[in-house]
Design a protein around this ligand. Structure first.
Ligand SMILES: CC(C)(COP(=O)(O)OP(=O)(O)OC[C@H]1O[C@@H](n2cnc3c(N)ncnc32)[C@H](O)[C@@H]1OP(=O)(O)O)[C@@H](O)C(=O)NCCC(=O)NCCS
Length: 158
């Protein structure tokens, strides 16, 4: 079955933390994601299967007209099947509908999989933060995607 995308709830926290732990050398804790679920500017989206098992997630902030993608990850067993691209497309769509004009993020220069995912989705490099990451050591590339509001959408008419 094609994984379903939906807003995360408290019941997803263990699954999100498991995907996170399998995806990053310095993973966020379950508690940190619990805080994100409570934070008014934060959005957390999960992809799950028929058994409600979390296969991937994205976490971003929406501040005035700008969104910042903090985290996106797919369970290693579910990668290279288009799920990361679907999650990212959903973030861009939700940010657009929410009135954001752009989405920004940082990604490690050596994180080829994520860089390709973002570039394919229309992000462009706008800067570099040298030595930004420690686990593993890496520069952060700043990427930005400009969003185009649908005609008559929240950005129309200024
Ligand atoms: C980055 C990540 C979310 C991609 O998830 P995914 O579900 O495997 O991605 P998709 O299958 O949707 O791939 C979309 C595109 O991304 C690129 N891509 C994804 N994985 C790649 C890899 N291992 N090598 C090269 N390109 C890759 C490709 O361009 C791919 O398109 P293609 O399959 O048509 O070639 C996943 O690798 C991951 O969770 N990584 C660890 C966490 C992380 O680094 N997150 C980003 C930093 S916050």
């Amino acid at each position: 079955m094609t994984p379903r995308l939906r807003p995360a709830s408290v019941a997803d926290l263990d699954g999100i933390a498991a995907v996170e732990a399998a995806s990053f050398e310095a993973p966020w804790s379950r508690e940190l994601f619990a805080q994100e679920l409570e934070r008014p500017i934060a959005r957390v989206l999960v992809a799950d299967d028929d058994d409600d098992e979390v296969l991937g997630f994205a976490c971003w902030w929406s501040v005035v007209d700008e969104a910042h993608l903090l985290r996106i990850a797919v369970d290693p067993r579910a990668r290279r099947a288009g799920l990361g691209a679907r999650l990212l497309a959903a973030v861009l769509r939700d940010a657009t509908v929410g009135g954001c004009a752009r989405v920004e993020l940082e990604v490690g220069r050596r994180n080829v999989a994520a860089l390709r995912l973002y570039i394919a989705a229309g992000f462009v490099e706008v800067g570099v933060r040298r030595g930004y990451y420690q686990h593993p050591p890496d520069d952060a590339v700043l990427l930005r995607a400009e969003l185009v509001a649908p005609a008559g959408g929240p950005l129309a008419g200024g």
